[in-house]
Design a protein around this ligand. Structure first.
Ligand code: SR1
Ligand code: MG
Length: 407
């Protein structure tokens, strides 16, 4: 049970009216309020007044919404979200929603209402390409990465920030759901019987299990930058404008200081699911080609932006050669984390609509492509070295799985 007021669409207006920091953003006398939270954890209220001005309120519940009150979870996670949003607003302005503040009593965060924007995952599911959003995402990660790392922050100061940003309960969810549970038999897991042999093969693969262990170790020990922590395609809003495609990164409640490859990998792993869906549905070649290029484009944009900011680094120990070595390691981490993030969405709790909304035959084909590709990514990541090389594995596996299906 909550020991604070849980908002409903009917209580949002009185809440706004009594909260001084949120005055004047919208006209509450004409406000329309809808609860639209379709994620796994929180309530989300989108509000729009008669003049079209909006505000979005996100309230964390004291439990996991997807499961219910039997899984308690700290509502203080909204403060982590505020930290992540502020970092984005400071270092990557224009790539996150405008942030209006957080209330640590009611656990409500207020931000821009992205009226008219769509969720990237839903758009990809419909076969809609968003050229340039991939580049913007790579830039977003690089800007937050550089400016929240030892590259740009004084050593003692950064250690204080790392300590202040520990997010143990949310990290524990990732540690369990991404790295541990898919590989063992636990009630959180679910998959159709046709995938049982594929899942058993992953679980029996000692090389894979050892490499997943190494990835979990990196996630738990490498306090490198303020990572978003849950940067899948459902954490990105997109819009086509006259100036081209735009994106806004949302939902950084899992943020903590971790390895930067985790955020890049989250996107690449979710593009793997999107590619598998597009392949089994036979989407137009133009869309599939753009989707295939999106992962490498994110990696290239990340690298370009890191190199652009490099002149501003604080410490001469960070030489140009060190940057090359660091970028190479990040690329390898990206492939590995991408694989782990993809596998969890097939086997474990909290699945993705890219795969779940497919008809039964296509579901099994797409899930098989994801599992086999992701397993190879994790095991072969050092040799693959680039997201483009990892993409070639997808092409091989997709041809194999779709070929088997055709007989
Ligand atoms: C119990 S929370 C399940 C998932 O939802 C979030 O979006 C994260 O991906 C988490 O792993
Ligand atoms: Mg989320």
């Amino acid at each position: 049970m909550a020991d604070y007021e849980i908002l409903t669409p009917d209580t949002v207006v009185p809440y706004l009216d009594r909260t001084p920091s949120l005055q004047g953003i919208v006209d509450t006398s004409t406000l329309q309020v809808r609860e639209v939270g379709d994620g796994n954890l929180n309530l989300v209220f989108v509000c729009q007044d008669a003049d079209g001005k909006g505000i979005c309120l996100k309230q964390s519940l004291p439990y996991v919404r997807l499961v219910g009150e039997s899984w308690p979870l700290t509502p203080k996670r909204i403060l982590a979200e505020a930290r992540g949003l502020e970092a984005g607003a400071t270092f990557a302005p224009g790539l996150v929603p405008q942030y209006y503040g957080v209330d640590d009593v009611t656990h409500v965060l207020a931000m821009e209402n992205l009226i008219g924007w769509g969720m990237f995952r839903a758009e990809l599911n419909e076969g809609h390409a968003y050229p340039d959003v991939d580049r913007q995402l790579g830039e977003y990660i690089a800007r937050v990465a550089f400016n929240t790392s030892y590259f740009a922050v004084e050593q003692n100061d950064l250690k204080d920030r790392v300590a202040a940003a520990v997010n143990p309960e949310l990290c524990r969810i990732t540690e369990d759901l991404v790295f541990t549970e898919p590989y063992i038999d636990v009630p959180n897991n679910a998959f159709v019987p046709e995938l049982a042999d594929e899942v058993a093969a992953l679980r029996a693969d000692e090389t894979l299990r050892a490499e997943v262990g190494m990835l979990k170790w990196a996630f738990m020990t490498e306090a490198e930058i303020l990572v978003h922590g849950d940067l899948h395609t459902g954490s990105v809003m997109v819009k086509q404008t006259e100036d081209g495609s735009q994106c806004r990164v949302i939902d950084p409640e899992f943020c903590y200081y971790g390895p930067v490859g985790f955020d890049l990998g989250a996107l690449v792993g979710n593009f793997l699911a999107a590619r598998a869906r597009a392949a089994v549905l036979g989407r137009p070649a133009e869309f599939q080609t753009w989707l295939a290029a999106a992962g490498p484009t994110i990696g290239d944009a990340f690298e370009a932006e890191m190199r652009r900011q490099w002149a501003d680094r604080l410490d001469p120990t960070w030489t140009d050669g060190m940057l090359d070595a660091w970028l190479a390691k990040v690329a390898v981490d990206t492939i590995g984390f991408g694989g782990a993030k993809a596998i969890r969405r097939i086997i474990g709790l909290a699945k993705v609509s890219d795969i779940q909304t497919l008809p039964p035959t296509e579901h099994v084909l797409a899930a098989t492509i994801v599992l086999r590709t992701a397993s190879r990514w994790i095991k072969e990541r050092a040799a693959l070295g680039t997201v483009a090389a990892a993409n070639a594995v997808f092409d091989e596996v997709a041809a194999e799985v779709l070929g088997e299906a055709r007989g």
